[in-house]
Design a protein around this ligand. Structure first.
Ligand code: NAP
Length: 560
């Protein structure tokens, strides 16, 4: 019985390297890997050994006969990819890893990683595969995991199982957390450089992009970034409140974040009650009167930013009435396979003019852009224009407004048009791209400073995309080590521990995090939930303070 990759695929390619018969593609050396929306198992080549199931960090792979009804479309999605394959190497090549030249390098190598999301932890993992390396992972919040904790939708628990991999990385000798320390405020880049051979920035892309239209800042108009952080209990956003007293919400943008937010708004709150959603968000959603969520795409269905696995998952939800508003093009031979499958799925949907049923509804509306937000004290509607598509000389497809306008009544407008990185103190910043300017991870003009993840490449890809991204950055760093381009730190780990202790006496380590993790899980156990998160920074700090001596400072020395 062949195995099948399903919706939660993170693309980190662990399964590719575990597969003894090279049945999973694209692999990191295939030209189509970087843009792939997921990986696919060839049902003919698969020998059903299950090695990929063991290797997958997000429980996305299962034998065909174990799939639930909503996952069955993935059997065909996997098979179609392999039906007419390009020529591929017989054996998946192992990506090259630079090895520390221990004859030339004074070890231990000490590296600071700033941020603790997937990119940070994959980078730590790559470093800790080398002999005699110490990695200090600095995180502003008292809890790690970045977007895995505060970005992944609560109804996607499989994706969160990546935390098991993170736990293994935390257990590697030489790994240290310094939690609750803000690099840039509590410690400077120069101070990190004084205590490490190198610093890797993995600070992500936490800012939203703006539409630049009238009324964008009215109450009731906000960002998907904040809304996602709110329902996931991020301490910076958990205390917010949203008015969900209107029947309709509108989301601008049709990427995977927009689909996440549409699903959460349209899901029966009782179905979310068993997840790790924030308690406050759950109680607001329980009062929600939203019955329809309109997802606005400025271009057409063939340019949909949301991925095939996420669209398939959404359409597999029997509790939601998903309809399409706008023409879905017929298939032509020049359409790529993934787009063809999206179009086929969208063409099979009912149109928005069909009568409503009792289910909450998601309207996928195409070729529509917001012109302005209506309202005086708060949002009452969004004025939109109908677009048509124009093909540029370079082959790109652009939306151009027509004269046809319309107003959609709504009390909540969420813009989900992509994230942006924030500038990092003492580092150069590419304001247009919202990244730290870098060459394959080496930050321009700052020897010893590197970038990884969204702050390096922009907000694209999936959790596992960060694995190859981290490997590239770490390879640059190790090449610099071997070439003698990185100065030895002026101060040792003990001195760093003292500095952290003076500036941030409440800083936490892996022991403190595990204690919080246990407490959150215990809080969830009573109500059958995976965890009940601490969402308030003071509450978190108090839990951390009670969690354990020893704290980060002493711990840094003891394990270092
Ligand atoms: P995204 O995929 O880049 O989508 C951005 C959307 O905003 C696109 O539909 C884009 O339309 C639209 N947009 C941009 N500027 C606009 C404007 N001025 N007016 C109207 N629409 C505009 O971004 P995202 O959804 O924030 O996702 C970020 C990354 O995280 C993606 O790689 C995504 O796949 C990933 N992610 C993955 C998952 C998952 O795997 N489950 C979940 C969440 C996020 P155009 O296409 O026309 O530019």
């Amino acid at each position: 019985m062949p195995h099948v990759v399903t919706q939660a695929c993170c693309g980190d390619a662990s399964c590719v390297f575990a597969c003894p018969v090279n049945a999973i593609h694209p692999n990191p050396h295939d030209p189509d890997f970087a843009l792939a929306e997921m990986l696919y198992i060839d049902p003919v080549a698969c020998v059903d050994c299950g090695a990929c199931v063991e290797a997958c960090p997000v429980a996305a792979i299962a034998p065909e006969n174990k799939l639930g009804p909503a996952q069955l479309p993935f059997v065909q999605i996997n098979a179609l990819f392999h039906q007419d394959p390009p020529a591929r190497p017989a054996q998946a090549p192992v990506p090259p890893i630079v090895r520390i030249d221990t004859t030339r390098t004074r070890t231990p190598l000490r590296v600071a990683v700033v941020g603790s999301g997937p990119a940070a932890l994959y980078a730590a993992d790559e470093l800790l595969k080398q002999p005699d390396v110490h990695v200090n992972v600095f995180e502003r919040l008292p809890v790690p995991y970045g977007l895995v904790r505060s970005g992944v939708a609560p109804d996607h628990p499989e994706t969160k199982t990546i935390a098991r991999l993170f736990r293994d990385i935390e257990d590697r000798p030489g790994f240290h957390y310094v939690l609750g320390v803000d690099v840039g405020r509590d410690l400077s880049h120069a101070e990190l450089m004084a205590h490490h051979h190198a610093v890797i920035y993995a600070t992500g892309a936490s800012q939203d992009r703006r539409l630049g239209i009238v009324g964008e800042d009215l109450p009731g108009s906000t960002t998907a970034t904040e809304f996602v952080a709110w329902y996931n209990g991020h301490p910076d956003h958990a205390g917010r409140s949203y008015d969900l007293s209107h029947e309709r919400a509108v989301i601008v943008g049709n990427g995977n974040v927009a689909l996440d937010v549409a699903r959460i708004l349209a899901t029966d709150p009782e179905d979310l009650a068993g997840t790790d959603i924030s308690d406050r968000a759950l109680s607001v959603l329980r009062q929600s009167r939203v019955r329809e969520v309109v997802v606005l795409a400025r271009r057409g269905p063939a340019q949909m930013a949301g991925t095939l696995p996420e669209l398939t998952g959404l359409l597999g939800r029997p509790d939601l009435d998903v309809v399409v508003d706008g023409p879905v093009p017929t298939l032509t031979s020049d359409v790529d396979l993934v787009t063809a499958q999206k179009l086929a799925a969208l063409r099979a949907l009912p149109t928005a003019d069909r009568p409503r049923d009792v289910r909450r509804r998601i309207v996928l509306r195409y070729l529509t852009s917001p012109l302005s937000v209506d309202g005086t004290d708060r949002v009452t509607g969004v004025h939109v224009v109908r677009n048509e598509l124009v093909r540029d000389v370079d082959g790109g497809v652009r939306a151009v407004p027509t004269q046809i306008t319309d107003t959609i009544a709504t009390g909540l407008l969420l813009r989900s048009i992509g994230y942006r990185g924030r500038p990092v103190t003492d580092m150069p910043f590419d304001d247009r791209a919202g990244i730290l300017p870098n060459d394959a991870g080496r930050i321009d003009g700052r020897p010893g400073a590197y970038a990884v993840g969204w702050i390096k490449r922009g907000p694209t890809g999936f959790i596992g995309t960060n694995k190859s991204c981290a490997r590239e950055t770490v390879n640059q760093l190790l090449a610099d080590v071997n070439a003698g381009r990185l100065a030895d730190p002026l101060s040792d780990q003990r001195s760093l521990a003292e500095l952290v202790g003076q500036r941030c006496p409440d800083a936490g380590d892996v022991v403190a995090w595990r204690r919080i993790d246990d407490l959150e899980r215990a809080r969830g156990q009573a109500s059958g939930r995976p965890r009940v998160k601490y969402t308030d920074i003071q509450e978190l700090r108090a839990a951390l303070a009670n969690a354990s001596p020893p704290r980060a400072g002493r711990r840094l020395v003891r394990r270092g």
